[in-house]
Design a protein around this ligand. Structure first.
Ligand code: FEO
Length: 383
């Protein structure tokens, strides 16, 4: 697929995988993007996932016929982009791998390739004829070896996972192809890159002055006219510029904590506050996680289970901790039968994450009733 005379798309959509990384649902698919820069020399930028070997090779042949690939640029070594490096080397034995020093042991470890590797440094350039590639390190976006490849003549940044999003790329609509990208970009960011907000900010500072007119990420559409919006959205996510609003995330065994969650949500709606309600037993926690990256308040509900937090809720809280999420307004609630522990333990986790606990927490014994659980006790403190 032609992006410009010099740049061709040779990636593909994956509509079969149910869980990306075996953990994140991708109901609308995901794409693995790979690009060719075609000049006197030809460079391939990243590869694709192992299952797509035949489609990948066929896409390449369709673009360059019998010409050879001179360089394989490795921006990122996660296997959704690196799994076909040995296949490329086998097909194009003379192609030189171009990457940075941190990727070299990973290339050996994952692909068993050790020879004909050109190690480049920050800012170094590689000429393809009339076209140049230049390399900028963006470590921890989201592995230590990640880098951006910049093509100044095309004003194009091959950005790796940065600016990527879930969802297959709509057929025939590769450039700016997902109009409502924010939801799935946020869930992608929160699930995969969310731990590394500071390094994403550093990367944004590094690439902003380049004068980028096209972004070619490894997932989702190529960005052109939407660049200001995409940059702004990434800046917002990585700098934790939060909107006023409430994420309610809860788990419930027999529906009592669920009823309490719904009561809080209703009360918030009545007061005109934005509220996002997530049942952690019915949906993957990435959906709640995405809203935590957008809104300034988090309310978490859990019944007491084995004198602890209900496991789906515990997993969600651990996911927040693992991503270094902090500085949210927080409250906990939940039911118990004979000894209430969940609220106390949720508050302890919130304290570890430097959340501001706005209420000591509301718990109730056995079945839910509006008499036992006064949602406005929490909601009134949030206004
Ligand atoms: Fe899409 Fe970090 O790999």
């Amino acid at each position: 697929m032609k992006i410009s005379d010099k740049i061709r798309y040779v990636g593909m959509n994956d509509r079969q995988t149910v869980l990306f990384e075996h953990q994140w649902p991708v109901p609308e698919g995901v794409s693995y993007n790979s690009y060719l820069v075609v000049d006197e020399k030809i460079a391939l930028i990243d590869t694709a996932a192992a299952a797509f070997k035949d489609e990948f090779l066929s896409n390449i042949k369709e673009e360059i016929g019998d010409r050879k690939i001179d360089y394989l640029v490795v921006n990122h070594m996660e296997p959704d982009h690196s799994a076909l490096q040995a296949v490329i080397r086998n097909e194009y034995p003379d192609c030189t791998i171009v990457t940075n020093a941190k990727a070299v042991p990973m290339i050996e470890g994952y692909q068993g390739l050790t020879d004909n590797i050109k190690v480049i440094k920050e800012g170094e350039t590689l000429s393809l004829g009339g076209t140049t590639l230049q390399f900028y390190m963006i470590p921890m976006v989201h592995w230590p070896e990640t880098m951006v490849t910049w093509c100044p003549e095309e004003k194009t940044a091959f950005s790796g996972d940065a600016f990527g999003c879930f969802r297959a790329v709509p057929e025939g609509c590769l450039v700016d192809g997902i109009v409502d990208f924010k939801e799935e970009m946020t869930r992608y960011y929160a699930s995969i890159v969310g731990k590394y907000g500071q390094t994403v900010q550093a990367a944004l500072r590094k690439v902003s002055p380049l004068g980028i007119e096209r972004i070619c990420p490894t997932h989702g559409p190529v960005w052109e006219k939407d660049i200001p919006e995409v940059f702004g959205w990434y800046d917002r996510l990585s700098a934790a510029k939060l909107e006023r609003g409430v994420t309610i995330a809860y788990g419930s065994m027999y529906g009592n904590t669920a009823k309490a969650a719904q009561a809080i949500a209703q009360e918030l709606e009545n007061k005109g506050i934005t509220v996002k309600l997530h049942d952690l037993c019915e949906e993957n926690y990435s959906y709640a996680l995405a809203d935590v990256f957008l809104y300034d308040t988090l309310i978490v509900g859990s019944p007491t289970y084995n004198a602890g937090i209900f496991p789906p809720v515990q997993s969600f809280m651990e996911a927040l901790k693992a991503r270094g999420v902090k500085n949210r307004r927080f409250a906990a609630f939940g039911s118990y039968t004979w000894a209430g522990m969940s609220v106390k333990l949720l508050n302890a986790l919130a304290a570890e994450m430097q959340f501001e606990t706005v209420h000591d927490g509301l718990s109730f014994a056995q079945g839910y009733s509006a008499d036992k659980f006064n949602a406005s006790e929490i909601v009134d403190l949030l206004i």
